[in-house]
Design a binder for this molecule. Structure first.
Ligand code: NAP
Ligand code: G4F
Length: 344
C-alpha cells in the first residue's frame, strides 16, 4: 500500500528536501502551506503540478487547530512531519508571543489533531517533531547529546523546548509513535537568506560580481555545528521507520566559527572577507548561544545514519549556487551596484 505523509513547513528549506525524499520513496506527499499574497512555493515548484508524483498542497496554519483536524481527517496520513515554525532566533526576540503561538502551541494543536483522528479511525499516525539544538542554549556540557539538560536563550529556544516536551508527553500519555529530532544547524543553497551562512554566501557572491561592497554581520565568534539539510531529512525519515519512537541528536560533531565560514566562502571566490565584513551591533542578540556542538553517536548507531557532505563541501555548494544567482541578478540589473540587502 502506498504510504501517505503530511509535511508542515513544506515550503521551507527542510520541507522541500523532505518532500523530494518521500516522493522518491514512493509516498503520496501532502504539504501544508500558508496563504500569502505571493506564491512562496519557490523551493518546491519542481514537485508540484508534475502529475502522479506531485506534492499536494493544502492551505492551513499551525495557528488554526480546527483546520488541522479537518486536514488530517481528510488526508489520513501514516506519517506527519512537523517542520513548520517561526524558525528565526533573532526575530523571536521581536515576536515572542507569535513565536510561542506557532512554534510551541502549534505543535500541541497538531498533536491534538492527530490524537483526535487516531482515536476516531484507529489508524496509527507516526509523528516527527523538529526539535532544535537551540534548546541547549547556554550549554552545560560539550558536546551536547540527548541527555544534556536544556537552557534555552531565546523565545524561539523556549518555544522549541515546549514543542519537544509536549511531544514526549503525548508519546508517554497516549502511546503515540512520536519522535523528536534534535537537529543542529543545517544549511543548503535553499537556506533562508537571513540565516548567517546564506547571508554570507549571498553577500560574498554579490560582492564578487560587483553588486555590493560590504556585508554587515553580528557575532563572528559564535561557534556552530553546520551540516547539509539534504543529509538531515534522511534522519527524520529513519526515525519514523523504527519500531519504537525515540529522540535523537542529529549533527556532524564538528565545530566552526562564523568567521571561519566567512573565510572559506570569500576564499572560494578569491576574496579576503576582512576587507568586506563589518561588525554591526544591530545583529547582536539580547542573549547569545556561543557554542553548539553535537554528539550524534546514538543516531549513527541506532538509525545507521551519517552525514555525507563535509563542512568544506557545504560552503562550496552554497557559494557556487549563489554565484550563479548573482550572475543572473547582475545581468538583470545591468551591473548597477545595489544596496546591501536587509537581513536579520
Ligand atoms: P524554514 O526554512 O524557516 O521553514 C519554516 C516553514 O514553516 C516554512 O514552510 C514556513 O512557511 C512554515 N511556517 C511558518 N509559520 C507557519 C505557520 N504559522 N503555520 C504553518 N506553517 C508555518 O525552516 P527550516 O530551516 O526548513 O527548518 C525546519 C524546522 O526545523 C523548523 O521547525 C525549524 O525551527 C527546525 N530546525 C531547523 C534547523 C536548521 O538549522 N535549519 C535546526 C533545528 C531545527 P512560509 O514558507 O510560508 O514562511
Ligand atoms: O544562522 P543563525 O541565525 O542560526 P541560529 O541562531 O543558530 O538558529 C538556526 O539554527 C537553530 C539550530 O541550532 C535552529 F533551530 C534555528 O531554527 C535556526 O535554523 O545564526 C548563527 C550564529 C548566531 O550565533 C548568530 O548570532 O550566527 C551569528 N550571526 C552573526 N551575524 C548572525 C549574524 N546570524 C544572523 N542570522 N545574521 C547575522 O548577521
Amino acid at each position: 500500500m502506498q504510504r501517505r505523509a503530511l509535511i508542515t513547513g513544506v515550503t521551507g528549506q527542510d520541507g522541500s528536501y523532505l518532500a523530494e525524499l518521500l516522493v522518491a520513496k514512493g509516498y503520496e506527499v501532502h504539504g501544508l502551506r500558508r496563504r500569502s499574497s505571493t506564491f512562496g512555493n519557490e523551493r518546491i515548484d519542481h514537485l508540484v503540478d508534475v502529475g502522479d508524483t506531485a506534492v499536494r498542497l493544502h492551505y492551513g496554519d499551525l495557528a488554526d487547530g480546527n483546520g488541522l483536524v479537518r486536514l488530517i481527517r481528510e488526508i489520513r496520513p501514516h506519517e506527519v512531519y512537523n517542520l513548520a515554525a517561526q524558525s528565526h532566533v533573532r526575530v523571536s526576540f521581536d515576536q515572542p508571543t507569535y513565536t510561542a503561538d506557532v512554534t510551541a502551541v502549534g505543535t500541541l494543536r497538531l498533536l491534538e489533531a492527530i490524537r483526535d483522528v487516531q482515536d476516531d479511525t484507529g489508524q496509527q499516525i507516526r509523528f516527527y517533531q523538529a526539535s532544535s539544538s537551540e534548546m541547549f542554549g547556554k550549554v552545560v556540557e560539550t558536546p551536547q547529546r540527548e541527555t544534556t539538560p536544556f537552557h534555552p536563550r531565546s523565545p524561539y529556544g523556549v518555544a522549541k523546548v515546549y514543542g519537544h516536551w509536549i511531544t514526549v508527553n503525548y508519546r508517554e500519555s497516549y502511546d503515540l509513535h512520536a519522535s523528536c529530532g534534535i537537529l543542529f544547524n543545517h544549511e543548503s543553497p535553499r537556506r533562508g537568506e537571513t540565516f548567517v551562512t546564506r547571508k554570507i554566501t549571498r553577500a560574498a557572491t554579490r560582492i564578487k560580481v560587483g553588486l555590493q561592497d560590504k556585508l554587515h554581520l553580528g557575532n563572528l565568534d559564535a561557534k556552530r555545528d553546520w551540516g547539509f539539510a539534504g543529509d538531515y531529512v534522511e534522519a527524520m525519515w529513519l526515525m519514523l521507520q523504527q519500531d519504537t519512537p525515540d529522540d535523537y541528536v542529529v549533527s556532524t560533531d564538528e565545530l566552526h566559527t562564523v568567521s571561519e565560514f566567512c573565510e572559506k566562502a570569500f576564499g572560494r571566490l578569491g576574496l579576503d572577507y576582512r576587507e568586506h565584513v563589518v561588525v554591526d551591533p544591530r545583529y547582536f542578540r539580547p542573549a547569545e548561544v556561543d557554542l553548539l556542538l553535537g554528539d550524534s553517536s546514538k543516531a549513527r548507531r541506532r538509525l545507521g545514519w551519517q552525514p555525507q557532505v563535509s563542512f568544506e563541501q557545504l560552503v562550496d555548494m552554497m557559494v557556487d549556487a549563489d554565484l550563479e544567482l548573482a550572475h543572473r541578478e547582475r545581468s538583470v540589473s545591468r551591473g548597477v551596484v545595489g544596496r546591501e540587502r536587509i537581513a536579520a
